[in-house]
Write a protein that binds this ligand. Structure first.
Ligand SMILES: [Fe+2]
Length: 361
């Protein structure tokens, strides 16, 4: 005897002689439960799940057909293979039994060789079925893992693109990281207070919102170094060119979306790119959108973008002190910025200051 657990077979028959014969035939190889009625079977099934059931059809009380109907309707027991034991005279019932889900028939009186072989076959089939099922489950797991890897790859490509933009625009080192933190701080306040919950709920995937803002300045790739990194103020003409970065960025993101990529993520990124320079009073660009006509992502990004510009060092000036930067943002309420978001900013100002200093909030 090996240490391996023996497989369990339940033999159900109202005829004691059959039970004894069957048990004697099988007991050397299997753990055999010889049960004289359907009721006894169900009693045992409460505590033991057999590998196979040998089931008499004609029994007083519940018949074999009644039993199999109950077994197949119960998810915990539906996968146990059932072989019907049938007397010669019951052969006409075979089709009904098979239709009800039995895997096979064995005719009584049993021959030890045939009974063993049939049982062996069906235990093997069941083993293979279980293996196939677990293989299938692990395949599903592998596919999911691959999909996650792909998503990871996409987001690392996006990070690199965002970094390239940032790298060219030398005055804004860390800008993308910080503006994401600012948007996140504002969003947390909005959600705490239930402000703009309709717009927030309309986002199909909340997890993409903050990272999608990374690409808001993608269009700067198309702006020449001379303008992008000009020390000091831009001329009117240069500023007009600089302004095109919003539309050019959105256009580039649309092209990325066409060639594949995460559709929803890129949709949010496009919105951030096109709308982050719009102003609440309609004086922004590129479309001069007004109030809530500006997408929430753009309204959030506007505060993050300006706050970062104020608090970071520029080649032509020192960073603005915390109080002054906050005051400049407050002063923009209702003109540059959404007043409801300025309230959220007021609550999050300390977090903003910490992020600006390079701390972790
Ligand atoms: Fe911008």
């Amino acid at each position: 005897m090996t240490g391996k657990k023996r497989q369990a077979i339940m033999l159900v028959d109202d005829n004691q002689a059959n039970l004894n014969i069957g048990k004697n035939m099988l007991k050397d190889r299997y753990e055999v439960y010889a049960l004289p009625s359907a009721e006894r079977l169900f009693k045992f099934l409460e505590t033991v799940k057999p590998d196979l059931i040998l089931l008499d059809i004609a029994m007083p009380g519940m018949s074999g057909f009644d039993v199999i109907r109950i077994l197949k309707a119960d998810a915990r027991q539906a996968d146990i293979p059932v072989i019907f034991l049938t007397a010669k005279s019951e052969e006409m019932n075979e089709l009904e039994g098979l239709t009800l889900g039995a895997v096979d028939y064995v005719t009584k009186p049993f021959s030890a060789a045939i009974l063993s072989r049939r049982i062996e076959n069906h235990l093997l089939i069941e083993k293979q079925r279980a293996e196939l099922k677990s293989l299938n489950e692990s395949l599903i797991g592998m596919v999911k893992e691959k999909a996650d890897q792909l998503t990871g790859l996409q987001s690392s490509v996006i990070n690199i693109i965002a970094e390239l933009v940032e790298f060219r625009d030398v005055i804004t080192g860390g800008h993308i990281y910080r503006t994401q933190k600012y948007v996140e701080s504002l969003l947390n306040r909005l959600m705490d207070k239930g402000v703009y919950s309709d717009e927030i709920l309309a986002w199909e995937n909340m997890d993409y919102i903050v990272p999608s803002t990374q690409l808001h300045d993608l269009g700067k790739i198309f702006i020449s170094d001379r303008i992008l990194n000009k020390p000091g103020k831009l001329t009117e003409e240069e500023f007009q060119i600089m302004k095109t970065h919003a539309e050019k960025g959105a256009e580039a993101i649309r092209r990325m979306a066409k060639t594949g990529g995460e559709r929803l993520f890129l949709k949010y990124a496009e919105i951030a790119a096109i709308s982050h320079h719009e102003k609440w009073d309609g004086s922004g660009y590129p479309y001069g959108l007004k109030g809530q006509g500006i997408p929430l992502i753009g309204r959030l990004m506007a505060i993050a973008d300006v706050y970062d510009a104020l608090t970071q060092i520029r080649s032509y000036r020192e960073p603005m002190p915390r109080q002054e930067a906050a005051k400049t943002i407050y002063d923009g309420s209702g003109r540059h910025f959404d007043p409801a978001l300025i309230e959220a900013f007021e609550d999050a100002e300390e977090e903003f200051a910490l992020t600006a200093k390079g701390g972790v909030s």
